[in-house]
Design a protein around this ligand. Structure first.
Ligand code: CA
Length: 372
């Protein structure tokens, strides 16, 4: 999911009245109290699909002067929305929307509303997928089903509505919370919210009902027929939450677990030059990485074999010319002896070592000069 942060400011001259709203995908996510001047930061996490954001200003009285809203900052992931300019916004209603200096200004006159509507683009998915089915049956616009991740609102719905939410999060610890919350009066419809099929990182979080969940609010939710049922009275809430803890990852090694080292005359070599490609030898040792000591140590492989190859620049393919003779030396190294006839050029000694389940293949470059 992607963070959407909005710094907003509602200015209401004394004697005037107005309120400010934020709608996302046509649903109300935030609303100020009518006539109260305030400023704050609105934060929500939105799923990877496209979203419609709608900032609205509603003016009742303007006896003291015209109220207006300043969107001082709006950031969606890495995207600075205010910096996109006025073209980002579509105007709806009566009044004006304009970019002044570094903010978006919404202004309208009495008994009117002005909206600035923009489209938040599709965002990149993260590693951990979460999904759930939800339904709400409540007083529209007053009693809400809300979903939070790490305390940030990700979904808010009311009335009679249902759907499947799909989003992704970083593979880190996250807390998912479902809430049913009611205002101070009036109940409509079934007056509850239900959640089922909660899948987090491929795991079904409702297999054992609410056993692994924390529940709370004024009324604890219940678990019925595979669903979390959230319900409560006026001015109350009911919630259930669960925390995802990532499985510790094996430390990633940027080195192979087995390696082959080459020697000539007791010195380690990374390539070999020879006068002629009829007979020569290279010694090799095989080592294994021990993650505990974080060091390499010699190992006796179950199998070692070598072959001389020619590399074809055009096809990008190694062609085998001849096998090596492998002699196991009592001092723990393997002598790879080559006998073959080929013209001067660049060749490779392909060495294969098997250690347990690991088959390690390495190639030593051989430069064969003119055979005198
Ligand atoms: Ca209500």
């Amino acid at each position: 999911m992607t963070l959407f942060e909005v710094d907003w400011e509602l200015i209401i001259p004394s004697g005037s009245e107005a309120y400010f709203t934020i709608f996302i995908d046509g649903e109300i996510y935030f609303q100020t109290q009518n006539g109260v001047e305030e400023s704050s930061t609105f934060i929500t996490l939105l799923s990877e699909e496209e979203h419609i954001v709608d900032f609205g200003l509603y003016t009742d009285r303007e006896d003291g002067g015209t109220p207006y809203v300043k969107i001082n900052r709006a950031i969606y992931g890495d995207l600075d929305i205010v910096a996109q300019g006025i073209e980002f916004w579509e105007k709806s209603g009566t009044g004006s929307i304009e970019i002044i200096e570094n903010y978006l200004k919404l202004l309208t006159t009495r008994f009117n509303k002005i909206e600035a509507i923009g489209t938040l683009p599709v965002s990149e998915p993260k590693e951990l997928q979460i999904s759930f089915d939800w339904e709400v049956s409540s007083e529209f616009d007053y009693d809400f089903f809300e979903v939070y991740v790490d305390g940030m609102l990700i979904l808010r719905r009311s009335g009679i509505d249902y759907g499947t939410f799909v989003g992704t999060l970083t593979n880190e610890q996250h807390t998912l919370r479902f809430v049913y919350v009611k205002d101070s009066s009036v109940s409509e419809n079934n007056d509850l919210a239900k959640v089922s099929n909660v899948l987090v990182g491929g795991e079904n979080w409702l297999l054992d009902g609410l056993t692994s969940w924390t529940t709370g609010g004024d009324v604890n939710p219940t678990f019925e027929e595979g669903q979390i049922v959230l319900a409560c009275d006026d001015d109350q809430s009911s919630w259930a939450e669960r925390t995802y803890v990532p499985v510790p990852q094996e430390p990633e090694l940027d080195i192979a677990n087995v390696r082959i080292k080459y020697f000539q005359d007791g010195r380690q070599v990374s390539q070999v030059s020879i006068e002629a490609l009829d007979t020569f030898f290279v010694d090799s040792t095989v080592e294994v990485f021990d993650p505990d000591s974080e060091g390499w140590s010699s190992v006796v492989p179950s199998q070692v074999f070598g072959e001389i190859e020619r590399y074809d620049d055009e096809s990008g393919v190694f062609d085998k010319i001849a096998n090596s003779f492998v002699f196991e030396h009592p001092d723990g190294y393997y002598r790879l002896l080559q006998k073959c006839n080929a013209p001067p050029g660049t060749y490779y000694l392909k060495t294969t070592a098997r250690v347990g389940d690991i088959t390690q293949i390495e190639r030593l470059k051989i430069k064969a000069k003119v055979n005198i």
